[in-house]
Write a protein that binds this ligand. Structure first.
Ligand SMILES: Cc1cc2nc3c(=O)[nH]c(=O)nc-3n(C[C@H](O)[C@H](O)[C@H](O)COP(=O)(O)O)c2cc1C
Length: 204
């Protein structure tokens, strides 16, 4: 008895691994204890430098190959994406030993039904963050030199709506890495313009 967990069904199965990847992300969006709940998103800045930050994964739609995040339109990342929509998303879950690295195109939804629905689904505390004055990334004289709306005041909370954006990432490439004692498994999935996926194993 090695004491190791049995290998998963999808260990040597490309489409099974892809399903496992979407399942992990879908559950991650719902489970705040999952490592997939807070992936790192990289954008490309106007100076050509990559910039990364942690963001909460709010929702996943495997059919549409889309991930939803929320942010402030005044943030650097929103400015980056408006100029260059190509992003990379990275997460590693030590519990399942799965790393996911995705590439896709991001769109910002500010004044449409996607943004409205996302705002309606947000918690009061989250809404307050979008009413920060001055905006995120502004230089301030001291750490406390910013204000947030009063969370008990509905009208004040609504001021954040003007700064709120839902960001959808449409996945075009997904790289899967599963760490296993018996041998790691690495695979790449790419979707063409017609939505057809091509899948291949890579040497880990
Ligand atoms: C656990 C965690 C979750 C976060 N979630 C978000 C988020 O959902 N949206 C967001 O805009 N920033 C989020 N942040 C803050 C960003 O990582 C980042 O510091 C901030 O948005 C400024 O990024 P920017 O200057 O690149 O725009 C989160 C940070 C942490 C540590």
């Amino acid at each position: 008895m090695s004491g190791r967990a049995p290998l998963p069904d999808w260990y040597d199965d490309l489409s099974g691994s892809l399903n496992a990847a979407w399942g992990a992300m879908t559950r991650g969006a719902l489970d705040r204890r999952s490592a997939f709940h807070h992936p790192v998103i990289a954008t490309i800045g106007p100076d050509g430098w990559p910039r990364q930050r942690v963001m909460i994964l709010r929702a996943v739609d495997p059919e549409m190959r889309s991930l939803r995040f929320h942010t402030d339109i005044r943030s650097e990342k929103a400015r980056d994406i408006a100029a260059e929509p190509r992003v990379s998303v990275l997460a590693y879950d030590p519990a399942s030993k799965i790393q996911l690295r995705l590439n896709g195109q991001a769109t910002l939804h500010h004044a449409d039904h996607i943004a409205d629905a996302a705002w309606q689904g947000s918690q009061r505390m989250s809404r307050a963050c979008y009413g920060t004055m001055p905006g995120p990334g502004s230089v301030i004289g001291q750490g406390s030199a910013f204000s947030l709306p009063d969370t008990s005041d509905e009208t004040a909370l609504e001021t954040g709506r003007a700064n709120f954006v839902a960001m959808l990432v449409r996945v075009e490439r997904l790289e899967w890495l599963y760490l296993a004692y018996e041998g790691h498994r690495r695979a790449q999935f790419e979707w063409n313009a017609d939505g057809k996926v091509s899948a291949r194993w890579l040497a880990p």
